[in-house]
Design a protein around this ligand. Structure first.
Ligand code: P6P
Length: 332
């Protein structure tokens, strides 16, 4: 394993594979530095009065944690002056953030969930930052319409997971690589190269308290898993649910599994629970780049044409053969 820094990895990718240009390399370096700053802010916890609610709601109508607001501001301030972006969009902001006129503009659009799973912050469970990069269409203003591109248009996607270690997981459309934050040197170091998700699994992740609200194909699929050896699958399964998408998806990236936040009658009116543009799309690109699959239950998730910036979708992703099985149940 080449324990090289993120910077060296990006320079070598730029030199050898032509999957990255200077501005995209700068973007990723800036986002990684912002994730380091978020990791430090989270690590202070109760010592720095950053826990608890900010006393405001976000565009989703969810109570904002102080660290949601802090993380969002860290990402905005880090990215707005570098000249690599045309605009930014965040789970925490109703409208896209325009690059101030005093700074040069670039060709990329950055979307992020600055602190995913923040309801876990106050109980010290892993949380993360999820980000997605698109190109701003030629000649278009970076308003909401410019962002409404299917996930297949992403040029880069990644997440940071703030857990026992802080990791940066990154794809440029040429496989998935994992970098670990070396806190002493303050830099990310390559620790897992070209990660692959096992095609089969015995582990599923779903909030089982919603079972009575699921559609019949999902109820059938989960009941078969719960039936274990005595059921049609003739093997026992295990369940995990951190309620922090970054933590659940990272476990699946490391050892396989299927993550499900399916359509349910509670969230039907909204279209689902998870957000397409800055949660489902980047996670789906990463999972598919690692040999997994991602659907909304019926179609490839990355092919969904967004209709609004904060659109929600059902999400089923992870080990290829399990995701394909669930999708087949939906299509029966
Ligand atoms: P529930 C966190 O709020 C989040 O957006 C995802 O990170 C997570 O997978 C999901 O919601 C948890 O939802 O309904 O189980 O609390």
């Amino acid at each position: 394993m080449r324990h090289i820094t993120l910077s060296r990895f990006l320079i070598e990718e730029q030199r050898s594979k032509n999957v990255i240009c200077g501005d995209l390399r700068l973007l990723i370096e800036v986002v990684s530095r912002a994730c380091k700053a978020i990791s430090i802010a989270i690590g202070k916890g109760g010592m720095a009065d950053v826990l608890g609610s900010a006393g405001s709601d976000n565009v989703q109508g969810e109570v904002q944690k102080k660290l949601d607001v802090i993380s969002n501001e860290i990402l905005l301030e880090a990215n707005e002056w570098g000249g690599h972006l045309a605009g930014m969009a965040s789970e925490e902001m109703e409208l896209p953030h325009a690059i101030p006129n005093r700074y040069p503009k670039g060709e990329y659009l950055l979307l992020f969930d600055p602190l995913d799973g923040s309801s876990n912050i106050d109980v010290n469970v892993s949380v993360g930052t999820i980000f997605s990069v698109l190109r701003c269409p030629e000649g278009m203003e970076p308003d909401e319409k410019a962002f409404l591109q299917p996930g297949t248009q992403q040029v880069c996607a990644g997440y940071a997971v703030y857990g026992p270690t802080t990791l940066l997981v990154l794809t440029l459309g040429d496989g998935v690589n994992v970098f670990t934050l070396d806190r002493e040197m303050g830099r990310f170091v390559l620790t897992q190269e070209n990660v692959r998700i096992p095609e089969d699994t015995r582990e599923f992740a779903i909030n089982a308290s919603n079972m009575r609200f699921w559609e019949p194909p999902v109820q059938r699929y989960i009941n078969e898993l719960l039936a274990g050896k005595e059921g049609p699958r003739q093997q026992d399964f295990n369940m995990r649910w951190v309620a922090s998408m970054v933590a659940d998806v990272h476990r699946i990236l490391c050892r396989g599994g299927i993550f499900m936040y399916p359509l349910d009658s509670k969230t039907l009116a909204k279209g689902g629970k998870l957000r397409l543009m800055y949660e489902a799309n980047p996670m789906s690109m990463i999972v598919e780049q690692a040999g997994g699959r991602a659907t909304d239950g019926r179609r490839p998730l990355l092919e969904i044409q967004p209709e609004s910036l904060h659109q929600r979708v059902p999400v089923i992703l992870g080990s290829k053969n399990e995701v394909e099985r669930v999708t087949a149940y939906h299509l029966k």
